[in-house]
Design a binder for this molecule. Structure first.
Ligand SMILES: C[S@@+](CC[C@H](N)C(=O)[O-])C[C@H]1O[C@@H](n2cnc3c(N)ncnc32)[C@H](O)[C@@H]1O
Length: 249
């Protein structure tokens, strides 16, 4: 994969190690059909590039063949572990982490501009309960020992509207089944794409996981739901949003 980033401002050893990291990550990601669009917008600033290297060393997750252990990720233990898949610019992840210091949060996002902005917010707010994976969440989720994750959020996932692109949707029956097999307790989904939410409900039924029959009951925003950037965009356009919390046990 062509890497358009300018890393010339980094010392050559860091440039080389970053190149190897990217290479490993890109090869690993070929395991799944991408469920995301672009990985970076043009024009990452020098500060963003530096955050991606230096702050990622503190708050970032690197994966290898081994399982990911929470003890090595965080210096402390937490009451629960929540994972957010596709946190975008991190508004929901950061807000959730600030409000719940006893919960450990793991955010996954391949879009580097969003990762850079979120790393900065973690540092500014001195959050000790957040770690970030800059890549495909599916590669990280399969690395957790069974029963590690209490809740997975997938909020306003890329809708892939065209029928021939539906196979790119992250909330496939296989993805949900893998969460369940890994004993993830809860799944939280929100979207403004009604047809996508219908397909999620259908996948749940196929997996024999109890799911609501009337999608309209999901358009009432629950009081526990923290806002996201895409939710705000959808609501400001007058679109209806759908919210679902499912017990996978
Ligand atoms: C439409 S945006 C929504 C961002 C944010 N959740 C919000 O509501 O504002 C969807 C995000 O999911 C990310 N994404 C898609 N597939 C992903 C995957 N397999 N792992 C992690 N993130 C993913 C995309 O890069 C994108 O930033």
């Amino acid at each position: 994969m062509l890497d358009m980033r300018n890393t010339n401002n980094l010392p050559s050893s860091e440039r080389e190690s970053e190149r190897k990291d990217d290479c490993n990550r890109d090869c690993a990601e070929m395991k799944y059909l991408p469920s995301f669009g672009r990985k970076r917008a043009r024009g990452l600033s020098e500060t963003q590039k530096n955050n991606l290297v230096h702050l990622y060393k503190t708050y970032g997750i690197e994966i290898s063949e081994k399982k990911v252990s929470l003890e090595t990720l965080f210096n402390t233990s937490f009451e629960k572990i929540f994972v957010e898949v596709g946190f975008g610019h991190g508004e929901h992840l950061i807000q959730n982490a600030i409000q719940n210091p006893k919960i450990g949060f793991i955010g996954c996002e391949p879009f580097e501009n969003g990762v850079a902005a979120t790393l900065k917010e973690i540092q500014v707010n001195n959050l000790q309960n957040v770690r970030i994976y800059k890549g495909d969440a599916r590669l990280l989720l399969e690395k957790f020992p069974k029963g590690t994750i209490d809740r997975v959020y997938v909020l306003f996932p890329d809708p892939w509207h065209k029928k021939r692109h539906h196979k790119r949707r992250i909330l496939s029956a296989e993805f949900i089944d893998n969460l369940r097999k890994n004993r993830t307790k809860e799944l939280v989904v929100a979207t403004d794409c009604k047809e996508y939410m219908e397909s999620v409900l259908e996948n749940l039924r196929q997996l024999k996981i109890p799911a609501p029959n009337d999608i309209e009951t999901l358009s009432q925003k629950p009081d526990w739901f923290l806002s996201t950037r895409y939710e705000q965009k959808a609501l400001s356009k007058g679109s209806k949003c759908y919210y679902l919390k499912i017990d996978l046990r």
